[in-house]
Design a protein. Structure first.
Lengths: 337, 283, 314
């Protein structure tokens, strides 16, 4: 219980610091934040007015506290490009990205770990070499390039999959999805709208595959390495000496021991997924946070950028927190300290 | 350690590693000797040739030409320059800054250690690349700013790595004895700590070179890195992006260059790590 | 008295791609009688643990094994036979109890896995009784604990309990007290002796510590560089060691009587790669070296002892 409290408090600390960094980047670095805010075309009078509105005439610490206060109350400012509240934009676009991350992560974890385990079992043989090459290729591939390649091959040449978008454009009219949770594919399953589910999954394949490549490589490498290290431990030899079957030794004992670090790496690779969505959503025109983020960056949409950064930092923290929890549940040496 | 590295035979230990070593040599060679290797050096450097736009791969232009008629192969060869430059500069500076701070933190301990580590953790609490993206946005696009942004993101990894190793070595008996005997700090650091720290440092650097190229390419793809007419691979992929279905060669080969460069660094990084394996202190 | 285990000319090579890289065992001959303890003593690297591994049939695939191992009623056994015998009729306890237990499972879980493998009914009662028999007074707590929560001594007792679950005919103890404090180790040895008397298993006791071996064993075998150089009843070997190496070994033991004299150390080092040894491996460290030592000395019987040394063989 105390560990929980420790983690929580340090997480909060990091969150505060994260918001401070974001704030610093947005307000302190640019020479004239107000000018940057409204763009070079504004008049001097406008920018003077804006300066007062934004509170830029006040000392930095005051500005910071105001920022924190507003953020905590759900006022994340207004996007310069879309003119909508930043928080609203984020909420609108979050489900699409979360679904994408879910599918990508599931694929990466299931196949990555499975293939890593398989490679460890057949160490030194052909299967092992093939999987290792795939894994190292996965972590070396630029996500945007892979996305373009898949688009070109499977959507352009082979037309097996759609090139862009989350759903077919006609879906709104033919099989509209009723909103239950806000997550389109899951809603379509819940409401029995399987035509829409199929369509959504069809659109999901290429982007999810692209996004999963890096994590797949990372996880399969880690799984393989960990398993091999565990297999060389004394307690495995002892288990064999007591006549326990190889099957029991491998699947029950070794795998369980190799699991905790894999869980940790899963958390880490989710971080890569978060920034990965920036590029994948761009390439596939996915209506999520990623493409919103890129547009905000390119148009220097300060409120939006700060909102997204905060969101990413929070998300990263939450994921790591959950991962830590799972890890300590799996490894008694940790939760007993 | 010096003798082990002098035996560079590990670079050729198996087929895959050998291929990677060859690729990396080509990459470095291309960066250094671009004007002499590239079939159309002027075009590689940026000169346009509007009569030749969008020629597909063939005899005259092995990889085709881009949207401004420049020979793609030459552009890719010239693209090795910014890639290598960014990789070396970012990793170099990040390693130096990070190592310095890590050494101080690990050796001194106390409040300096605390501050440096808290700050590092702060930077590390963001998903990697996000910080660079935001920093570059506020600094303005361009190669140099991308460099700075990446260095800002990368140094904490080194600081943390070095700090852990440094504090481990610091508490070893032979170091405590040296300190008690009055050996000056800087000598202890150089003689004992640095020596033990070198191996994991090298492994990390090798791995990071690849990762930085990937990150820099990503920044350029979005438009926040190197700017035209620079022959930056990420930029080139972006320029060919909308043409992917017809003039597919532009994005495909530029991205392939990034992939192969990063791949070779990763493979060599692996070989390096296996080579030093027994010496690396595992946490 | 029946022989429980008989090893004849056990040799082990390690090979890579058909090329022999190392020959750690160059001809081991041992015999263990029912209910008795044979102690194997020798320096680190002489092949004691490897002998145990070979007996258990757990040598890696890069090892080539020659020679005969006969066990109880089974007669000559092969590596395949061992898959059924190990863990049931032959069990083993290991040097480092902390690393021998799986850190993420409780002791109870691990003992249960072994008990299930042996087809034991009523596992909780059996485990509790076993843990009590090895001197653990709070079996329930031990069963629920994880390895890192228990002390070395307790873990070693738990391991002994695990080894005796199947009522084995032969227990192999590989350096069981080396990782423990001296007093705790002593308790463990006493415990093992008491258990042996009560349950009647034979034991192969391996250690580099001559004193521990002498205390627990009925017979001693001294191994040097992969060969048995001397065997015999413990008292005889301790009182009148025949082989120069044994003499050196015993001379090196600190004791109160020797407090005034100097400890005798055997000059030189154990040969490193044991593939190309011609003749007696101990020759270049031996003060009784002769020309004849260029040939491998056969084992000769002197009284109840068996010695492999030319110098004694006259």
């Amino acid at each position: 219980m105390r560990i929980l409290w420790n983690r929580l408090s340090s997480a909060l600390l990091v969150l505060c610091a994260a918001s401070f960094i974001t704030f610093t980047l947005a307000r302190v670095i640019p020479s004239d934040p107000a000018l940057a805010y409204i763009g070079p075309k504004a008049t001097a009078a406008d920018s003077a007015k804006l300066r007062i509105t934004l509170g830029l005439d006040q000392p930095i610490p005051v500005q910071y506290f105001k920022y924190v206060w507003q953020t905590l109350h759900g006022n994340w400012g207004y996007s310069l490009s879309t003119k909508q509240p930043v928080l609203q934009e984020i909420i609108n676009r979050l489900p699409a990205t979360l679904e994408l991350i879910f599918f990508a992560m599931s694929f990466a974890v299931i196949f990555g770990v499975a293939m890593g385990v398989y490679a460890a079992k057949y160490r030194g043989r052909l299967q092992d070499s093939v999987i290792r090459i795939m894994a190292i290729a996965g972590v070396s591939m630029p996500a945007f390039w892979l996305g373009l390649l898949l688009q070109m091959l499977f959507a352009g040449r082979l037309t097996w999959f759609p090139a862009t978008g989350q759903f077919d454009i006609d879906l709104k009219y033919e099989n509209p999805i009723s909103k239950v949770t806000g997550f389109p594919i899951f809603d379509s399953i819940i409401t029995g709208n399987f035509a829409a589910t199929l369509n959504g999954l069809h659109h999901m394949v290429l982007p999810a595959l692209t996004l999963s490549a890096y994590s797949f490589g990372l996880l399969s490498r880690m799984a393989r390495a960990n398993l091999l290290e565990v297999m060389s431990q004394d307690y495995i030899k002892v288990a064999r000496a007591y006549g326990l079957s190889e099957r029991l030794v491998f699947f029950k004992l070794a795998l369980r021991n190799a699991l905790p670090p894999i869980v940790t790496v899963t958390g880490l690779s989710t971080a890569y997924l978060i920034t990965g969505t920036f590029f994948v959503e761009q390439v596939y025109n996915w209506p999520g946070i990623g493409s919103f983020a890129v547009n905000s960056l390119l148009s220097i949409d300060y409120p939006a950028i700060m909102g997204i950064t905060l969101l990413a930092a929070v998300g990263y923290l939450v994921i790591n927190f959950i991962v830590d929890l799972i890890h300590s549940k799996l490894d008694p040496r940790v939760w007993m300290r | 350690m010096k003798t082990k590295l002098a035996g560079l035979s590990f670079l050729f230990k198996d087929t895959l590693t050998t291929i990677a070593t060859v690729m990396m040599s080509i990459f470095i060679g291309a960066a250094i000797f671009a004007p002499w290797i590239a079939p159309f050096p002027k075009e590689g450097a940026g000169q346009t040739n509007v009569d030749n736009i969008y020629i597909g791969p063939g005899w005259h232009h092995v990889l085709g030409t881009d949207e401004l008629g420049r020979d793609l192969l030459s552009r890719i060869i010239y693209g090795a320059r910014p890639a290598l430059l960014i990789a070396l500069a970012v990793v170099g500076f990040a390693a130096i800054i990070g190592t310095l701070l890590g050494l101080i933190a690990g050796y001194r301990g106390g409040w300096i250690d605390n501050i440096i580590m808290r700050v590092s953790e702060l930077f590390l609490s963001f998903p990697p690349l996000l910080l660079s993206l935001v920093a570059v946005t506020f600094l303005g696009p361009g190669l140099v700013n991308a460099l700075i942004a990446l260095i800002i993101s990368w140094w904490p990894w080194y600081a943390r790595l070095i700090r852990v190793e440094a504090s481990i070595v610091r508490s070893k008996p032979y170091v405590e004895i040296s300190a008690a005997m009055g050996v000056p700090d800087r000598i202890i650091i150089v003689r004992h700590i640095l020596r033990n720290v070198t191996t994991p440092l090298i492994v990390q650097i090798a791995a990071d070179l690849g990762t930085v190229i990937l990150a820099a390419g990503s920044l350029a793809f979005i438009g926040l890195g190197a700017q035209p007419p620079s022959a930056d691979w990420g930029l080139m992929v972006a320029q060919g992006r909308n043409l992917i279905f017809d003039q597919w060669w532009i994005s495909t080969f530029s991205g392939l260059a990034i992939f192969l460069a990063v791949l070779s660094f990763n493979i060599i990084g692996d070989a390096l790590r296996d080579h030093f394996d027994p010496r690396i202190a595992r946490q | 008295m029946s022989t429980v285990l008989k090893i004849s000319q056990l040799e082990v090579d390690f090979e890579i791609n058909g090329v022999v890289t190392n020959t750690p065992l160059r001809g081991i001959n041992l015999e263990i009688k029912a209910g008795k303890t044979l102690g194997i003593v020798g320096e680190t690297g002489c092949g004691k643990t490897l002998t145990a591994t070979a007996i258990m049939g757990l040598l890696p695939s890069s090892a080539v094994q020659r020679g005969k191992i006969e066990f109880g009623d089974h007669g000559v056994i092969t590596k395949a036979d061992m898959a059924d015998i190990r863990g049931s009729e032959i069990t083993m306890i290991f040097q480092n109890p902390q690393s021998a237990f799986n850190p993420i499972f409780s002791i109870g879980a691990q003992l249960t896995m072994v008990a299930q493998r042996r087809g034991i009914r009523d596992i909780p009662a059996t485990l509790t009784a076993r843990l009590e028999s090895v001197g653990l007074r709070d079996p329930k707590r031990v069963l629920e604990s994880y390895p890192h929560e228990l002390s070395g001594g307790m873990l070693q007792r738990a391991m002994i309990a695990m080894a005796l679950l199947s009522s084995p005919t032969l227990l192999i103890a590989d350096e069981p007290t080396t990782a423990l404090d001296a007093t705790i180790g002593d308790h463990v040895l006493t415990l093992i002796a008491a258990l042996q008397k009560r349950e009647g298993f034979a034991m192969l006791f391996i250690s580099h510590d001559v004193t521990a071996v002498a205390k627990t064993s009925d017979e001693i075998a001294v191994i040097y560089a992969g060969r048995v150089v001397e065997t015999g009843p413990t008292d005889d070997v301790m009182k009148s060691p025949q082989h120069p190496y044994t003499q050196g070994l015993l001379g090196a033991i600190p004791s109160a009587e020797k407090a005034r004299g100097t400890l005798v150390a055997i000059p030189g080092n154990v040969p490193s790669v044991l593939t190309n040894i011609k003749g007696c491996a101990f020759a270049d460290r031996c003060s009784l070296r002769m020309d004849k030592c260029a040939q491998e000395p056969p084992a000769v019987q002197i009284g109840k002892q068996s010695v492999a040394c030319w110098a004694v063989n006259s």
